[in-house]
Design a protein around this ligand. Structure first.
Ligand SMILES: [Zn+2]
Length: 407
């Protein structure tokens, strides 16, 4: 399955300035040995250029042709990228355009039944509220918060991150972090948490994890539709001791049943195929959840498993795609998270290596057809919008957070 990823021939670690840039034979090695402040300027310039292209392709001048408004693959992803660009470069135009896109989303999605941050109305209302706060527009902030509280979760909703209950809860957490703790009080979210735990316990079987969930008939493990994404969000909610134990036990079960190399199966049903090293399915997304568990439960076993996952990402995660969900950009975030938690410079180097590979080669490889540009080529989660987002995070790596997943 070597065709899914490029063999990673980059050095395992290069000290900055270990080799003189002028002596480095190729342009990628030059980037890897560049002092961080200069490299970070290159990332910033590239990110801001990419952002202009993403805006032009997904929004144009007026947004009148937009068909997909989701954060995952549509115009709200561009708004989220603009918000990030504003945080890094402080250009007020980015914040204003972000709000303009959210406004168009708002009027087009009033009847929408989708409720999550990544694929539904909660994403737009939450981002609108936070952007309004940064813009100092109190009335607009109140409007989006009021819209947010109007969102009703349908009874037959799934539990996973992209379309389900935890995808709604993540939007609540995003508001609490960025507008202020208690903006969405836990009294409002407690019933949702209880329902998720109840569903998870109902599907659990003897000998399996204490919590299990299904999405369209399959019991996924990954971040997008499965256990990792659900556990990730639950760890940020107020849990009773027995609920926290079940979250912990579910993650331990995953570690005990992972592949020998450190990667993870896609689902309970598909336990033999060690193929996908994506955020959505496999070590990169599950590793982020385990790194979080190491902090939440103060347990070294989780950190060790997250480090093993990162080793798999280093070896098999230089994917032939650019995006956040199943591409190099998303895979770089596990290194950034481990750098933030451990302070180990090897992880910073490895994030830098993945990002530099994209900076140096993505355009060339895509135009030669050797790399896939993404199903939605300019989107946040599948296209170069995600690459721009990673480059912005590389400007201040200790503050990097996987978009719409890490708080
Ligand atoms: Zn994916």
């Amino acid at each position: 399955m070597a065709d899914r990823f490029f063999p990673n021939v980059m050095p395992d670690f290069v000290e900055e300035t270990a080799l003189h840039q002028d002596d480095a034979a190729d342009s990628l090695l030059k980037l890897l040995s560049m002092p961080y402040p200069s490299l970070s300027q290159s990332f910033k310039r590239a990110a801001l250029d990419l952002k202009e292209i993403v805006v032009l392709e997904t929004w144009g001048l007026t947004g009148q042709h937009v068909q997909d408004f989701t954060l995952y693959s549509g115009a709200l992803g561009t708004a989220f990228l603009l918000f990030k660009a504003y945080q890094v470069a402080q250009n007020k135009n980015d914040l204003n355009l972000c709000l303009e896109i959210v406004e168009a989303f708002d009027s087009s999605s009033l009847a929408s039944k989708d409720v999550t941050f990544l694929c539904g109305r909660a994403g737009g209302c939450a981002l609108g509220a936070v952007a309004a706060k940064y813009a100092g527009e109190q009335e607009l902030l109140n409007y989006y918060l009021a819209q947010f509280t109007e969102i009703k979760l349908p009874k037959n909703l799934s539990d996973e991150l992209l379309y389900g209950r935890v995808g709604y809860l993540w939007a609540c957490l995003f508001l609490n972090k960025n507008v202020g703790q208690g903006t969405i009080p836990s009294t409002n979210t407690r019933a949702v948490v209880e329902e998720i735990i109840e569903n998870g316990r109902k599907l659990a079987k003897k000998g399996g994890p204490p919590l299990m969930f299904e999405w369209y008939g399959e019991k996924y493990w990954g971040a997008a539709h499965g256990l990792a994404g659900i556990m990730h969000v639950l760890m940020d909610m107020e849990l009773k001791p027995d609920e926290a134990e079940d979250v912990k036990g579910t993650l331990k079960y995953m570690i005990e049943n992972r592949f020998p190399g450190g990667n993870y199966p896609v689902s309970e049903e598909d336990r033999k195929r060690d193929v996908l090293v994506h955020w959505c399915h496999g070590a990169p997304g599950i590793g982020l959840t385990l790194a979080k568990a190491a902090k939440v439960f103060d347990d070294r076993e989780f950190l060790k498993a997250a480090v093993d996952a990162a080793e798999e990402v280093w070896n098999r995660g230089l994917l032939k795609r650019v995006g956040i969900c199943h591409g190099i950009s998303g895979n770089a975030y596990l290194f950034l998270t481990l750098y933030r938690i451990t302070g180990n410079l090897v992880f910073l180097y490895r994030a830098k290596a993945f990002a530099s590979f994209l900076l140096d080669r993505a355009h060339k490889l895509i135009s030669k057809g050797e790399m896939h540009g993404g199903d939605n080529a300019y989107s946040l989660f599948e296209g170069i919008g995600g690459m721009a987002y990673l480059f912005l995070d590389m400007c201040e790596p200790s503050k990097a957070r996987f978009p719409a997943y890490e708080l």
